[in-house]
Write a protein that binds this ligand. Structure first.
Ligand SMILES: [Zn+2]
Length: 85
C-alpha cells in the first residue's frame, strides 16, 4: 500500500552514501522496542552501505525482503547484494 501522506512522510536518505533505499530493521532490544516508539523513531538500515540508523517513523522505508510476501511475489535466492554500478 502506498498511501503517501506526503505531509509527514519523508524520503530516506543515507547520511553516509546518500542512498534513498532504506530498509526497516529489526528492533533488537528493550530500548529499540519501547524508547524508539515513544520518540517516533524506527531502526532503519541503508540498502547500499548497510549503515544502521534511527529515523522518524514517517520516513519511507521498505520492509525487509525476508518478510514481504506482499511486495515481492517471487522469491529471490537469498542476498545477492552485489553492487554492479
Ligand atoms: Zn548508505
Amino acid at each position: 500500500m502506498s498511501s503517501a501522506d506526503s505531509t509527514f512522510s519523508k524520503p530516506y536518505i543515507c547520511r553516509d552514501c546518500g542512498s534513498e533505499v532504506g530498509f526497516r530493521s529489526r528492533r533488537r532490544n528493550f530500548v529499540e522496542r519501547f524508547v524508539l516508539r515513544i520518540l517516533l523513531l524506527q531502526p532503519v538500515r541503508c540498502g547500499e552501505c548497510f549503515r544502521r540508523d534511527y529515523r522518524l517513523i514517517f520516513t519511507v522505508v521498505r520492509d525487509r525482503l525476508s518478510d514481504t510476501p506482499r511486495m515481492s511475489p517471487r522469491k529471490q535466492p537469498s542476498a545477492s547484494n552485489r553492487n554492479v554500478a
